[in-house]
Design a protein around this ligand. Structure first.
Ligand SMILES: Nc1nc2c(ncn2[C@@H]2O[C@H](COP(=O)(O)OP(=O)(O)OP(=O)(O)O)[C@@H](O)[C@H]2O)c(=O)[nH]1
Ligand SMILES: [Mg+2]
Length: 701
């Protein structure tokens, strides 16, 4: 579905005027746990949409990307606001699949609290898997307050009690149920509130003990120290007091209430909305990102004040065929107004630099057009966006994901968040010549929009390589390219090899043509020898007695250098040799610069023919972080990739970092293979180290 922009005052958008009446809630959790379906159910139950769409039909608000429909899972972050008790709740749906961790991080940036959604039908017998724990740690790393939603409790294998036990084991003892399911046979018909003790007379077994544990958990985090004393003395604390303290406990990020829900039957939805409004922090309670003046000077900390200086951030960029660029913006301070000129600045690498971050910043002033409130792919016009709220801006030509938007007369720069590194190379070519223009154009837009995608134009292999997060991400990128009108094919990624000489050789480069007309005459005697790896090329002249006239010595060097670049039969650049010109012959009329260049170049070819060549391949140093139970498998696999382990270190309890040298050619699909080998629990980094001779047994025919 294409993005649809609705303008006009009566666009039906939910408007927030006050940060205290806002909640930004990101849904995080493993793929398939039911996040998108839960958003859909909440939108339907609050009347934002008339009925809930489904994943199977591809009719949900959040999974509007054609790639999401095809993959039957979310592939990008989506925002869907609803209203409950006069509070605007921006639900931020994120994909659970590991390729899209960049979208998850953007969602965490835009939110003030998270709903961590696990699947009641799955975790019960298997425990919480390591990929889910990694997501929990993503939340913890940015101090995100979170509640645990146990979704799909209608499933016949759903077992809430053991799911909660698994969560406590995996996430810590701060995970405590706020509600227990009320059952009728095997069906969950409703929830029993442990704080409110409602509905009366329907307390399930164990409710009283669970209530005590919950209250102790809440007041342990409370700022009011007298509460614990009063509680221990047996005083019956007011439910209202406890609910107020619940919010404090959640905000600290160490206490995590658990709530069971069922999107299919609607059980738990009202209670969940209640929790979001009453127990979740508003933007006023959530710390803002670090800020400085755009010129790098210190700036006082900001607060979520609509009257404060404008500080907003582009958390995601989408390229739409009709609307153009859509920038999703979280306003942290101040108020964003339409038709104002704003200052855009950021750290991202897209401007000017083609590759990697160079640590510099870019900036420009841009005039805003309309401001929209996004509901999935639908944009509804609003008249302002206050501190704490999220909006969409269209047609910002300059702003990239991660950029700060501030007032033109008060330029600010927010400290960026961490982006993951794409590690799966995919080489692409236009399907036909006529697709080439569209490819270049669409590619530029897509790469600028997605910080987890990097484009490399390799001048040695002449390939365009897209570095992606994994195969599912590559699928999304390719489908966006095709949607942009560029028919593309993929091809095997080539590794840039180099060549050097096998041994020392003394040769003659002879370029003599003296039949008719102006002749050409140049002869050079050159000694070639291989040098250690990384030496490059050295040229030495030991000519005595002017056998090669002084002005032609640089010509010989130039000729050799040109041939080094052209390489031998396969065209790989030649490196790590020394050429010593020690003798030669010239002709008073027929010698020339061009003739000696030719002789120089011929001498190198002679040397290759005389002493053979050795192919060199790039070696990378990789660092792989893995849970210990996968260590054996990863080490075994590394040796099958011709890897040399340099060392292993304990990264954290139960996790090891393996450092190894591995040929780049063996790492082309490592991002995919490592994920498969470790169920998505490993991370790795790689860095070019040096070129090395390809061993005999590894040379391909
Ligand atoms: N029976 C039942 N099925 C559900 C429920 N919630 C989700 N599902 C199904 O579970 C599957 C996965 O749900 P999604 O909502 O796509 O899960 P997700 O967490 O968004 O997954 P990702 O987008 O991949 O992270 C879909 O086929 C849903 O129809 C539920 O409450 N009951
Ligand atoms: Mg989803």
């Amino acid at each position: 579905m294409a993005v649809k922009a609705e303008t006009g005052q009566r666009s039906g958008a939910i408007v927030a005027q006050d940060p205290s009446r806002l909640r930004n809630v990101v849904l995080v959790g493993p793929s398939g746990s039911g996040k998108t379906t839960l958003v859909e159910a909440l939108l339907a139950s609050t009347g934002v949409i008339s009925r809930a769409g489904t994943i199977v039909d591809g009719s949900t608000v959040c999974d509007h990307d054609p790639a999401a429909v095809r993959q039957q899972r979310s592939v990008g972050l989506a925002v869907a606001p609803l209203q409950h008790d006069d509070v605007k709740i921006n639900l931020i749906d994120t994909p659970g699949y590991g390729d899209f961790v960049g979208e998850l991080r953007a969602g965490l940036r835009a939110a003030d609290a998270a709903l961590f959604v696990v699947n009641a039908a799955e975790g019960a017998d298997r425990g919480i898997d390591a990929a889910t724990i990694a997501q929990w740690e993503e939340c913890a790393a940015v101090g995100m307050p979170r509640a645990v939603v146990v979704a799909r409790v209608d499933h016949q294998r759903a077992d809430l009690e053991s799911e909660v036990a698994s969560c406590r084991e995996a996430f810590g003892s701060g995970v405590l149920p706020l509600y227990l399911p009320i059952r009728d046979g095997s069906d969950v018909t409703g929830l029993y509130g442990l704080l409110s003790q409602t509905p009366e007379g329907q307390a399930p077994d164990g409710a009283s003990a669970a209530r005590d544990e919950l209250i102790e958990g809440i007041i342990a985090e409370s700022e009011d120290e007298s509460l614990m004393e009063r509680y221990l003395e047996g005083e019956d604390l007011e439910t209202a007091t406890l609910i107020a303290d619940l919010e404090t406990a959640v905000s600290k990020g160490t206490f995590h209430p658990v709530i069971p829900v069922c999107s299919a039957t609607g059980v738990g939805l009202d209670e969940l909305l209640e929790l979001l409004v009453g127990g979740f922090p508003s933007p006023l309670e959530h710390p803002l990102p670090e800020v400085s003046s755009a010129d790098g000077a210190e700036h006082p900390a900001l607060s979520a004040d609509p009257a404060g200086p404008l500080a907003a951030e582009v958390v995601r960029t989408a390229a739409d065929a009709y609307v153009g660029r859509v920038s999703l913006v979280r306003v942290f301070s101040g108020t964003l107004l339409p038709e104002k000129t704003v200052h855009i600045t950021g750290h991202s690498a897209g401007h000017g630099a083609s590759n990697g971050s160079n640590g510099s910043t870019h900036k420009a002033d841009e005039r805003l057009a309309h401001i929209y409130s996004p509901l999935g792919a639908t944009l509804r016009e609003v008249q302002a966006c206050v501190a704490g709220d999220i909006c969409a801006l269209t047609k910002l030509g300059f702003a990239e994901t991660g950029d700060t938007v501030s007032a033109a007369d008060h330029p600010l720069l927010l400290e960026p968040w961490d982006q993951p590194d794409p590690l799966l190379p995919v080489a692409i070519v236009a399907h036909t010549r006529s697709d080439e223009d569209a490819l270049v154009r669409t590619l530029a837009k897509i790469v600028a929009a997605d910080p987890t995608l990097r484009l490399e134009r390799n001048s040695e292999t002449h390939q365009s390589v897209l570095w992606c997060m994994g195969e599912a991400h590559a699928d999304v990128v390719l489908s966006r390219l095709r949607a942009g009108g560029a028919e593309v094919d993929t091809e095997p990624v080539r590794v840039a090899l180099r060549e050097t000489l096998g041994k020392k050789a003394t040769v003659t480069g002879r370029h003599v043509k003296q039949s008719g007309g102006h002749g050409q005459f140049a002869i050079c005697h050159v000694e070639y020898e291989p040098l250690p790896r990384g030496s490059g090329f050295e040229f030495v002249s030991k000519v005595v007695g002017g056998t090669v006239p002084t002005q032609y010595i640089p010509s010989v060097e130039k000729g050799i250098r040109a041939q080094l670049e052209r390489g031998f039969t396969e065209g790989y650049p030649v490196v790590d040799i020394r050429a010593t010109l020690f003798d030669g012959k010239a002709h008073s009329v027929d010698s020339s610069d061009a003739a000696f260049q030719m002789a120089g170049s011929l001498s190198l070819k002679e040397a290759a023919a005389a002493c053979g060549t050795v192919k060199l391949e790039p070696m990378d140093e990789v660092a792989i972080r893995i849970p210990d139970d996968h260590l054996g498998a990863v080490l075994g696999d590394l040796s099958s990739r011709r890897g040399r382990v340099l060392g292993t270190d304990v990264a954290s309890p139960g996790r090891t970092v393996v450092r190894a040298e591995v040929p780049a050619a063996e790492l082309l699909r490592y991002a995919v293979d490592l994920r498969a080998m470790t169920s998505g629990t490993a991370q790795f980094t790689r860095q070019f180290l040096r070129y090395e001779a390809i061993p005999e047994h590894a040379r391909k025919a």
